[in-house]
Design a protein around this ligand. Sequence first.
Ligand code: URA
Length: 266
Amino acid sequence: MPDLTPMRLHKFLARAGVASRRAAESLISSGHVKVNQQVVTSLGYKVDPGTDEVRVDGRLVELILIHSYIMLNKPAGYLTTMDDPQGRLTVRELIPQDEVKGLFPVGRLDLDTHGLLLFMTDGELANCLLHPRGQVKKRYRVVADGLFGEKPAAALRSGVELSDGITLPAEIEIGEVSEKQLSPRQKLRLAEDKGFSKWQTEVFCTITEGRKRQVKRMFMHVGHPVLELSREAFGPLVIGDLPLGSWRYLTDEELEALKRDCGYPV
Ligand code: URA
């Protein structure tokens, strides 16, 4: 049986699939949430799911008793948000949001990044997966500018100093080196600019953190800007042969493995 005893408001919002617990807290403190028609900004406020009426920006929130979990192979060019006031392309257009209410992305991928993006209605599990304590591994395929060798690899493996602190050790595997497909303008630059490389290197990078633009900043720091970035795995989940722009439900086995991975009760 689901737990319907009184609970703190941010926990209720997370359970209902409105957002992760942390995002629910900022919705509350910024005055978006009403309980029984009164705005509540106190984070400790408790609600009774059986009797209290909770609304976020006027929309009624009800506990979702059966959650949904999907993975999307996000193409580049789509923003990771469910709502863009400027009307740009978002991942919302690629997922079954009419069929499954309350899906939200777990973490984010940049506009130009493609690959595995997880969605769920389960704010509790999302919270566990995103919490630094969970140490969930994210594996990326990076196409890095230039000839990427052992020196930058060693730096990333031990951690580099970014503007928001030293990164935790990353797993780095160096893949193929190839020649860039140069545009006529880049060919001109190659001839004129000694620092411009005609080479690019495929690198597989696994990190456990999820800071903003982290992989791009790490590679920039070691002098090899990212030319292309895709996420191949999130914890035990792999993108496999899911076509770009397509989604699928997680299997029961995948969901169980995901929960175990961040220490969530199975
Ligand atoms: N790191 C980045 O720099 N960008 C992403 O989209 C994901 C990880």
